[in-house]
Design a protein around this ligand. Structure first.
Ligand code: FE2
Length: 431
C-alpha cells in the first residue's frame, strides 16, 4: 500500500444547510479534512423529504435531515460514511431505504445499513491512489426493530442496520442481591413469569440469579456490571473483517455505541473493548467508535488503533424540522406543539441536558498516517461546536487548538496507557 492519510469525525446530527461560502471557521475545517486521502463521518440521521412515517421508537429525537445536507457533508471533504446508528430506524424501513437511496444517488461510499442483513453487514470499499480501504459499520444501541434481517430460502430480508447486540448482567453483593429478590417479591413484577414457570412453560432461574423484567442480576461477592458481545453478531462482523482484509489494504471498523457499564459516559463498556480487540485480532487496522456524543480514550493494541469514541462533529438536534406526534404525546404536550417549543421544554430553556454539558461541545479530530500496513503518526486536532451560541448557530465545528480539550483527552487516554503530547495546539499520540 501507498502512504495514506486518514481523518475521522464523529456524530453528524445535521439539520441546517451550510451557508453560502461556509460559516465563520468552516474553511480551516474543510482544508484539514480535504488534506487527507480518507475522511470518515458518522451520519447520525435519516435523509428524506418527510415522506416516511415515523417509527414508534426513536434514538431520542426523531432524526431527519434534508437530503441536500449530504452534499454539505461532502463539501466538508468527507468521502467515507457510516449509516448504522441509533437513529437509522427513526423513520422505519421507509426511512432506511430513503437514506440508502439518497446516498447512492450521490455516489457516496457507506456501510452499516441496507436492504437486508447481508447488505448492511457488508464492507464498502474506497479506492485511493495506491491503497484500497474497507469500512465495516455496525451499531450496538438501537431498538430491536432497527435491526436488518437476513434473507432466507422462503422470505425476503428486512431493511435495517448491522447490529452488534450485547448482554449486560448486573452482579450484586449478597446483601443487595437479597434486597433485589425482596423487591421482585413485594412488587410482583415477576408474577407473570412465575406463573409460566409453575405451568411448565418457562424454566426457573438458576440459583443465585434473578431477572427483573429484562434486567439480569447475579449474586456475587462484589457489585459490578458485566457486558459481553452477542456471539452471533460478533462472528458475522469479524468474518467480514477477515473477508475485507483479503480484499483491501486497510480495514476500518465503525461502531456506534451509547451504552456504558457504569455511570460515566467517558468510560467505554467492557463489551466494546472486547469487540474492538476481537476485530483487530481478525485483521482490522483501526476501530472508529462514536455514539455517546463525547470523547472516550484511545488504545493502541497489537499495532492497531482503537478510538473508543470521537465525540460530536455536528450537533444540531434542536433545529430538526419536524417531530412526530409521538414526541409530543410522550411528554403530555398538545398535538399542535411546534418543534421549537418542544425543544425549549425538553432543555428547560437551555438550562439542562446536552446543551449545558461541556464534553458534548468539545472534541478532537483524529488524523493518522499509514505506511506499509503500519500506523506511523497519530495527531488530534481539537475543535468546539459553540456551546455558548444560540440554538440557531450552535453545533458546527470550529478548530480551536484548545489545550483544555487536549488535556482532557490526555486524562481519558491514561487508563489505556496511551500518552499524548501537546505541541502547538495539536495532540501527538506516542506510538
Ligand atoms: Fe447516536
Amino acid at each position: 500500500m501507498a502512504k495514506t492519510t486518514f481523518i475521522a469525525a464523529g456524530d453528524a446530527f445535521v439539520t441546517r444547510r451550510l451557508p453560502r461560502g461556509g460559516y465563520v471557521g468552516f474553511q480551516p475545517v474543510k482544508e484539514l479534512i480535504t488534506s487527507h486521502d480518507v475522511a470518515f463521518l458518522n451520519l447520525e440521521s435519516t435523509f428524506h423529504e418527510n415522506e416516511c412515517s415515523p417509527a414508534v421508537d426513536s434514538g431520542g429525537t426523531w432524526a431527519m435531515s434534508d437530503p441536500r445536507t449530504l452534499d454539505d457533508m461532502m463539501e466538508y471533504g468527507f468521502n467515507l460514511f457510516n449509516t448504522a446508528n441509533n437513529h437509522s430506524g427513526d423513520f422505519g424501513i421507509e426511512g432506511v431505504l430513503a437514506t440508502v437511496r439518497n446516498l447512492k444517488e450521490r455516489d457516496m461510499i457507506f456501510s452499516g445499513t441496507g436492504e437486508d442483513l447481508a447488505q448492511a453487514a457488508k464492507a464498502c470499499y474506497l479506492e485511493t491512489q495506491g491503497t484500497r480501504v474497507a469500512l465495516i459499520s455496525c451499531c450496538s444501541s438501537m431498538p430491536n426493530a432497527f435491526r436488518a434481517g437476513a434473507q432466507s430460502a422462503e422470505m425476503p430480508g428486512r431493511p435495517g442496520l448491522n447490529p452488534l447486540r450485547f448482554n449486560q448482567v448486573f452482579h450484586l453483593d449478597h446483601e443487595h442481591f437479597a434486597m433485589a429478590k425482596q423487591v421482585a417479591k413485594v412488587s410482583g413484577v415477576n408474577a407473570k413469569q412465575e406463573r409460566s414457570i409453575r405451568n411448565g412453560y418457562a424454566v426457573p432461574p438458576k440459583e443465585g440469579t434473578l431477572s427483573i423484567g429484562a434486567t439480569k442480576f447475579v449474586e456475587d461477592e462484589t457489585s459490578w456490571v458485566e457486558s459481553t458481545c452477542n456471539k452471533q453478531d460478533l462472528k458475522r462482523i469479524t468474518d467480514e473483517v477477515m473477508e475485507a482484509k483479503r480484499q483491501a489494504d486497510v480495514v476500518l471498523v465503525s461502531i456506534h455505541n451509547h451504552h456504558i457499564d457504569g455511570s460515566e459516559n467517558y468510560e467505554p463498556p467492557q463489551f466494546l473493548q472486547d469487540f474492538s480487540k476481537a476485530c483487530i485480532d481478525a485483521g482490522a487496522d483501526v476501530i472508529i467508535g462514536h455514539g455517546p456524543h463525547e470523547l472516550q480514550g484511545i488504545e493502541l493494541y497489537k499495532g492497531g488503533l482503537i478510538l473508543y469514541s470521537i465525540g460530536n462533529f455536528i450537533f444540531q438536534t434542536e433545529t430538526v424540522e419536524f417531530q412526530p406526534w409521538d414526541a409530543y404525546a410522550n411528554k403530555g404536550m398538545p398535538l399542535d406543539t411546534k418543534v421549537g417549543a418542544y425543544m425549549s421544554e425538553r432543555s428547560a430553556n437551555g438550562t439542562r441536558g446536552y446543551g449545558v454539558q461541556w464534553p458534548i461541545w468539545n472534541a478532537v479530530l483524529p488524523s493518522w498516517t499509514m505506511e506499509d500496513g503500519k500506523i506511523t503518526e497519530l495527531k488530534l486536532y481539537p475543535y468546539d461546536l459553540g456551546m455558548e451560541l444560540p440554538r440557531s448557530q450552535k453545533g458546527v465545528p470550529v478548530l480551536n487548538g484548545s489545550t483544555k480539550t487536549l488535556q482532557y483527552m490526555q486524562d481519558l487516554c491514561k487508563p489505556f496507557g496511551t500518552e499524548v503530547d501537546i505541541v502547538d495546539g495539536v495532540g501527538i499520540v506516542r506510538l
